[in-house]
Design a protein around this ligand. Structure first.
Ligand code: FAD
Length: 412
């Protein structure tokens, strides 16, 4: 079978950030990226697409253009990893050997885990920003909404960008106000979680804004069924098990998510099925030549592209040190749990939540209170961060805002 110094599973945010640097240093045909999709999406833009602020086309680029010139693209899907044999098995049964493996296949959407959802999605007011197939429908349905119940949901599982479930509720409310249908509408955010946001400082901002804008927030309220023909959504209180049926005119669903199933099947997962790594070094806890980053990893922080920036820097440093025999846990680079969620609370208003998932404390870059909604942060997220993503993160040269934060801490 073909053999590579490094095999990277996934050409998403994490996979490309790591392979760009590694293939540049290790040279031609040293790094293989296994990725089935011919398009790469900048998913954070989908919140803007769902709200009609950006076109979907701006979130997409052909994979071909993004695969680093020195890396080999294997357009296939990994079926299983055999960590004892240092090999991966592909969907067509073929095998690729590796010296080092980087696992970055992202998170899996489990649409089927909500009864009736696969049949209902994309029609009659039921939509989701979490799929390329329906994100444009969100904007269609928001535009067509003429009043009634607009319901937004968040599941009880870990998801990518947990803030995205509520951002679209604020954006829809904002549009309904401009569109003069607000007075005829109930905006309801039903989350299976016990908090509106995991970090208290930003939860306080979101709660304040929800109150100011009369958005109803119900905690511990999990969507379990969609009856598309009757326009009914069934919710279950996760504490009392009590069920409640609500009529909807617009239903934005964030599906339950989980780790890709081949991770557990390959015996490299933790009890929950995420790639079982040391949360600081990004190295696998059992197989020292396996590393992981991004949504599929067990690092207990918010699953975001923002978190991948510093994770990629740490992973690359530790992996390259290991190749040179210099890596040990005493001198390893360590990831601090940094993540960020740009909380859009309206057109032109954004709370830039930055924090460590490890300490649950804010880690703000700017020398002002980021708990306040600002148009400067909206502009940053809409115009500047996409450029950093395409031209620096995916090219391997952006490892997060730690340096900027450090410099700005000297601003009097
Ligand atoms: P992905 O980028 O999802 O890539 C995984 C890749 O692996 C895919 O290309 C897939 O085709 C491939 N793959 C899957 N299975 C296999 C297999 N078996 N074999 C080979 N390849 C495989 N993040 C932010 O930082 N800020 C935001 O504002 C933000 N907003 C978001 C809004 C929405 C609506 C969504 C959906 C996401 C948002 N995110 C945001 C999250 C961010 O996009 C993800 O956290 C990030 O892209 C994860 O990167 P990844 O490399 O782990 O996975």
């Amino acid at each position: 079978p073909p053999s590579y110094k490094v095999v990277v599973i996934g050409g998403g945010t994490g996979g490309l950030a790591v392979s760009s640097t590694l293939s540049g240093i290790l040279g031609k045909h040293s790094v293989a990226i296994i990725e089935p999709s011919s398009v790469h999406y900048y998913q954070p833009l989908w919140t803007f697409v769902g709200a009609g602020i950006k076109p979907l086309s701006e979130s997409a680029k052909p994979m071909e253009e993004l695969i680093p010139p020195n890396a080999d693209w294997v357009k296939n899907k990994v079926e299983k990893i055999d960590p004892e044999d240092n090999s991966v098995i592909l969907q067509d049964g073929s095998k690729i050997k590796y010296d080092y493996l980087v696992v970055a296949p992202g998170i899996q959407m489990n649409w089927n885990n909500i009864k009736g959802l696969p049949e209902a999605i994309g029609k009659n007011g039921v939509t989701s920003n979490y799929s390329v197939d329906t994100v444009e429908k969100t904007w269609d349905f928001i535009k067509e909404f003429r009043g009634g119940n607009a319901i937004f949901t968040m599941p009880g599982t870990p998801i990518k960008c947990p803030g995205a479930a509520i951002k679209i509720a604020y954006l829809a409310e904002d549009y309904f106000t401009k569109n003069l249908v607000r007075s005829k509408s109930n905006i309801i955010y039903n989350t299976a979680m016990g908090k509106i946001f995991a970090i208290d400082k930003f939860a306080a901002s979101l709660n304040r804004i929800a109150k100011e804008r009369d958005i109803e927030v119900n905690l511990f309220t999990n969507l379990i069924e969609v009856r598309g023909d009757k326009k009914e959504a069934v919710f279950k209180n996760v504490q009392t098990n009590e069920e409640k049926v609500l009529n909807y005119d617009l239903l934005h669903v964030v599906p339950p998510m989980g780790p890709p199933s081949f991770i557990a099947a390959s015996k490299i997962g933790n009890a929950a099925g995420w790639v079982d790594i040391d949360q600081y070094t990004m190295q696998h806890l059992k197989y020292s030549n396996i590393f992981s980053l991004g949504d599929a990893s067990s690092a207990p922080t918010s699953k975001t592209a923002a978190a991948i920036s510093p994770q990629s820097g740490v992973l690359k440093k530790n992996l390259l040190d290991m190749m040179e025999g210099k890596f040990n846990t005493g001198n390893a680079a360590r990831y601090d749990g940094y993540a960020s969620c740009p909380l859009l609370v309206g057109r032109n208003k954004l709370v830039l939540a930055e924090f460590s998932g490890y300490t649950a404390q804010p880690m703000e870059t700017f020398p002002f209170d980021q708990g306040k909604e600002r148009s400067s942060m909206y502009y940053l997220t809409k115009e500047v961060i996409p450029d950093i993503y395409w031209n620096r993160l995916l090219k391997g040269s952006w490892v997060g805002p730690a340096k900027v934060r450090h410099w700005l801490s000297y601003v009097p």
